[in-house]
Each structure stands twice: as structure tokens, then as C-alpha cells.
Design a protein around this ligand. Structure first.
Ligand code: SAH
Ligand code: SF4
Length: 345
């Protein structure tokens, strides 16, 4: 085991069998420690905060695990107006956030042209803009990129094609991969990731997921343990396993040493110390939710989503020797020379 970890630390490459070994060995603590060391060496002690704005919970998709799926009629649907989105973004930028993440269901009311208008306005605030709005065509992604969007999050969810298509009725695995390749081609910093704990998911397929991240040369990876939503077909099944999700994340850090990896809200939801544990096992990003509360409670992808308070977070970070970054936090800190620092609060 130590040999495999040392190989991962020095070469940032592992075979599928070696990944499977690390995912299934009894005690993950050495993997977490190694990922923490690699994180410190490549991306330092800075933690990048991304302000999340959930601007619409309307979704044309029917992903089996998600509370926002189109067939869940128990959701009160909402869309924020252009003005509401801009006001939230302005509040976040004024507070000190350097990245605004615009996330929604797959809501085609927000055409690429309409989103482009919103993005252009937000870019005037001197922030990076990340989109997390699902699958679109190359042309639509191009409009979004040309309007100034910097990053895009689109998890592959699972690289097991059969499982993918079971979980995403009417969607195609090939189109998901096409989207990710298009995003890379267009120059977005591209984020992907997977869910850990999908029914019938195997350790082998999680190893394939990690190799897929490496092969894509993803710039950001978000790993979420599945949290079962009662108003979905997965009701009654167990949640994902926190330790396994943490291992997938830590091995990803070993193989992609300089990328951005969030300590996900799903990890904090499953384990009350999940965020801090993740930050000590390879993660270097936190995404506080800045959606107004009336909308936030309706954006229920999974139940009991953990919240976060800036003061508490900054105290917890300083206790573990970490600092809050005042930069936009691109991969490799590309924004370092030209960007103006800003402080929070
Ligand atoms: N509609 C967009 C963005 C919102 S969903 C999209 O799907 O890309 C954002 C992420 O929430 C998804 O990628 C999925 O991995 C995660 N998610 C959905 N349901 C979940 C659940 N029940 N437990 C944990 N994560 C979930
Ligand atoms: Fe829609 Fe995203 Fe939920 Fe799928 S995961 S139902 S695309 S919001």
C-alpha cells in the first residue's frame, strides 16, 4: 500500500488495479494524509471560496437521484429574475467573493443569449463566473464563453454507461462526454466529478471515474456522496458512504495535483465535520450558498443540505492552519500577477 501511495505522490499516475486497491483497503488514513501533503505542495494553504447562486430549480431532466427531477411534483418551482440574480452577485462581490457560481436545473427559459446578458453584467464586478446549468450545444456553450464565463461544472456522475443511462432517463452518456469535451475545447476551466453511492455502482467503475478525470485533464473535480431524496425513485435506499467518497476525492488529488477540489456540501451533510475533514484530505475549495433563503429552501437537490456561516468557517479554517484566498483561484493561480486582491467582510 505504501508503495502505491508513494508512486501516486511522485508520478501522479496509477493503474486501475492500484486505484481499486486503494479504494478497497481497510484503512484510508494514509491516502488522506498523502493527498493533504500533495494539496499543500501544489496549491498551498489557501482555500478559495465560491459564492453559489441557485437561480432556478426548474429542470427538464429526470435524474433518478435528484429532488429537482421533472417528475417530482412536490417542488414549488421558481426562477430568479435577471435583477435578482445581479443583486445576489453584487452582494457576494461586495462581501469579497471573487467567484460567482450560477447554478440551476436544466431550465431552457434561460437561453444562452439571456444568460450571456447576465454574465456580462456580473463580469463588470471583477469576479470569475462559473456556470453549472447542464447540457447545451457547442454553439450555446460558445455564446456563454464569449460573454465572459470562465468556468463550467458538469459532473459525469458515473462513467459506467449502463448505470448512467439507468440514472438519467432519455439522456445519453455520449452526449455528456461530448459536452465536457466541448467545454474544454472552448477554453472553459472545466469541472466534473461523480456521485458515490449510486445503486449498483461498483468500486471498478469508481476507479474508471478517477481515470476519466485524469484523461480529461479536468480543472476541477467535485465528489458528492449520494444523499437519498425521499421524493425520488431511490427512496428507501442507503446514502453513499462518506469514507469511500473521501477516498475517491483524495486519490483524485494524488493524480491531478494542481486542480481545484471542493469540500462538497454533500460531504458536510453526511458528516458534521465533513467539510473540514475533506479540506484535510485533498480539498482546497468551499462553495458557500448565497441564494436568498426563500429560494434556497426550494432548491432541494437532496434533503437537509448543510449550510455555512462565513465567521464560523473562517475560524475553523484558521484552526487547521488554512487561509481564505482573496484571489479568483484559477487552476495554477493563473490570475496571480494581474489581479487586485480584495478582502472579505
Ligand atoms: N442541473 C445541473 C446543476 C445542478 S445539479 C446539473 O445537473 O449539472 C448539481 C449536482 O447535484 C449534480 O451534478 C449531482 O451530482 C448532484 N446531486 C443531485 N442529486 C443529488 C443527491 N441526491 N445527492 C447528492 N448529490 C446530488
Ligand atoms: Fe436537473 Fe441537475 Fe437535478 Fe439532474 S441533477 S434533475 S439535471 S437539477
Amino acid at each position: 500500500m505504501i508503495d502505491i501511495i508513494n508512486k501516486a505522490k511522485s508520478k501522479h499516475s496509477l493503474t486501475k488495479d492500484e486505484i481499486i486497491f486503494l479504494l478497497s483497503c481497510e484503512d484510508g488514513s494514509q491516502i488522506f494524509k498523502a493527498a493533504d501533503e500533495v494539496r499543500k505542495k501544489y496549491v498551498g494553504d489557501d482555500v478559495h471560496l465560491r459564492a453559489l447562486i441557485e437561480f432556478s430549480n426548474i429542470c427538464r431532466c429526470n435524474c433518478v437521484y435528484c429532488g429537482l427531477r421533472s417528475q417530482n411534483s412536490d417542488v414549488e418551482r421558481y426562477r430568479l429574475s435577471q435583477t435578482q440574480i445581479l443583486e445576489s452577485a453584487k452582494r457576494a462581490a461586495d462581501f469579497g467573493y471573487r467567484t460567482i457560481v450560477l447554478q440551476s436545473g436544466e431550465d431552457i427559459f434561460f437561453t444562452a443569449d439571456y444568460l450571456a446578458e447576465i454574465i456580462k453584467d456580473i463580469k463588470k464586478l471583477d469576479v470569475a463566473v462559473t456556470l453549472s446549468i447542464g447540457e447545451r450545444t457547442f454553439e450555446e456553450y460558445k455564446i456563454l464563453k464569449d460573454s465572459g464565463a470562465d468556468r463550467f461544472l458538469l459532473r459525469i456522475e458515473t462513467t459506467d454507461k449502463v448505470l448512467y443511462e439507468k440514472c438519467h432517463p432519455k439522456a445519453s452518456f455520449e452526449n455528456r462526454v461530448r459536452c465536457l469535451r466541448d467545454l474544454k475545447k472552448l477554453g472553459f476551466e472545466t469541472g466534473t466529478g461523480c456521485l458515490v453511492g449510486l445503486p449498483e455502482q461498483t468500486i471498478e467503475s469508481l476507479a474508471d471515474d478517477i481515470l476519466f478525470f485524469k484523461n480529461l485533464d479536468a480543472d476541477m473535480i467535485g465528489i458528492g456522496p449520494l444523499i437519498v431524496h425521499p421524493h425520488t425513485p431511490l427512496n428507501g435506499l442507503p446514502n453513499g458512504n462518506f469514507d469511500l467518497a473521501l477516498r475517491v476525492m483524495a486519490i483524485t488529488r494524488l493524480l491531478l495535483p494542481d486542480i481545484n477540489i471542493p469540500a462538497t456540501t454533500a460531504m458536510e451533510t453526511l458528516n458534521s465535520q465533513g467539510r473540514i475533514i475533506a479540506l484535510q484530505s485533498g480539498a482546497n475549495v468551499v462553495m458557500p450558498n448565497l441564494t436568498d433563503s426563500y429560494a434556497r429552501e426550494k432548491y432541494e437537490i437532496y434533503p437537509n443540505k448543510a449550510g455555512i456561516n462565513y465567521t464560523e468557517l473562517s475560524e475553523k479554517l484558521s484552526q487547521i492552519g488554512r487561509t481564505i484566498s482573496h484571489l479568483k483561484g484559477f487552476r495554477g493561480n493563473k490570475d496571480l500577477p494581474s489581479s487586485n486582491e480584495r478582502t472579505f467582510g
